[in-house]
Design a protein around this ligand. Sequence first.
Ligand code: ARG
Length: 587
Amino acid sequence: MSSIRQYLSGIFGEAFEKAGLDKSFGAVVESQRPDLSQFQCNGAMAAAKVAKCNPRQTAEKVAETARELAPQLSIELAGPGFMNISVSDEFIAANANSSLSSTTLRLEMPTPQKIVIDFGGPNVAKPMHVGHLRSSIIGDSLQRLLRRLGHSVVTDNHIGDWGTQMGMLICKMREEQPSLPYFDEKYSGEYPKDAPCSIADLERMYPQASAHCKTDEVAMAEAVKATDELQKGRAGYIALWKHFVALSVETLKKDFDALGVRFDHWYGESHYTSAMRELTESLRRNGCAVESEGALVMHVAREDDKAPMPPVLLVKSGGGFLYATSDIATIDFRMKEFAPDRIIYVVDKRQSQHFEQVFRAVRIASIVKSETGLEHTGFGTVNGPDGKPFKTRAGGVMRLSDLITMVTDKARSRMTEAEIGSNLSDAEKEDIAVKVGMATLKFADLSNHRLSDYVFDLEKFSCFEGKTGPYLLYTAVRIKSIMRKAADAGFAEGPITGIGEPERKLLLILASLTDAINAAAENLAPNFLCDYAYSLAQEFNRFYNDCHIMREENVERRSSWLSIAKLSLLTMESALDILGISMPDRM
Ligand code: ARG
């Protein structure tokens, strides 16, 4: 539905302009005092400061012009120059009716941009942990949001498939099965097609190898050497590494499918192997990078830095490339391949220094033009009930698949408790449990501002009441069921008319979806949409308590209420779709 707030901002902007002041002073916001008015415009104070005139008089003048431009508005002045604004019920109804007559909910589209979003980013052979889960859930919501606004979005899952963990695994494999041809440098035949291990083996081997390397310097040195040799293209290692990657990617794809998250590309770090070689050579030649203790580094510190900014390590003394090297090569590739206006990285906020270094490096090297935005969209940690990073009961890394099983099991038991879906077939009940579980997980993650850490409290997040995913699904399905019952009874929807107290607040919320979408996009923060969906659900339930649609005998009123219900459903579907939450048809 069109945003009433945006419409009012237009009117007040014009009124300020007519008074010779900047139209930005006309920004209208939702009222802080809903008892006094629905909206307010506070620009007169700031405008008067700039123009050195009296704020109250400025407000009077602006209000007068606004009344001329839109006579239906009620505008009251308060204090030094606040303008309290309300719109008439007829206006609210007309706005709602016009959006019902268009097939989809209209949105004001910004100028379309080309945007690359880098999210997900799990590492090969290491299980995907809750940090990657946050990146995946937030990143997916951002891709849906920005696409919905008409931007051209490219998503890339920058998997870690080229780091030291690969060398560790190669060494571990050599220790366990030394006779495999991959380790024989003189071997010149074909390497076996089948992997010498399973994904379960990899998941066992990696923690063992990593723990060993942590305590044993010799083992670590060997792993680093094997990684260097792999990156230089040693044939046996490459063949073995390909098996590791294929096994991991197969499992990761299943995980992402279960989450309902898709990417346009899966270029991993290894995609940039030859690019890293060429790029580091050219940075050396053009003087952007310099030799330091046998390594190649790039100085990125600035004089006005408040905190020390270490140089970027591009090539280790042994010849190996690093995380930053691949990120720099990746940006070079993305600029050439996609020519984006912005690149957004949805990565743990603890990597902020890494991204600051990389962003400075690519600007120094003129890989990125100044007008291209490079944004590290960080996020906080998911903690367990003990306030420490979320782990399994045994203290291990919580795997995504375990987490999904956990939320689905909980959804099932909550449904039994609340007798939800008791009259449905087992298959349908199971489908609902999966959707409720996913809504639990995603809403819990998205409803917190991405930068804050939060405690994953399954008891709270899985409730069908309160600010939770299940509550939103329950409300949406409730509306679907009302619509079905009405259709069965032969009740038709009609124009929204005669609105008053019971309908007004819900219709005002329905008219502010665009505002929530814009706030989420401006801040790259889906929690604005979560807050929105929650107020919508609460307000719909309040409306439905007061307005007994099915029992209403006045046909005009009943059909108006049905239209409001339909609009509520469309709006809720829109919001949930951007959050990546899918809803069942019944419960
Ligand atoms: N693999 C990395 C990790 O697990 C995340 C990758 C994020 N993307 C990037 N371009 N650096 O921490």
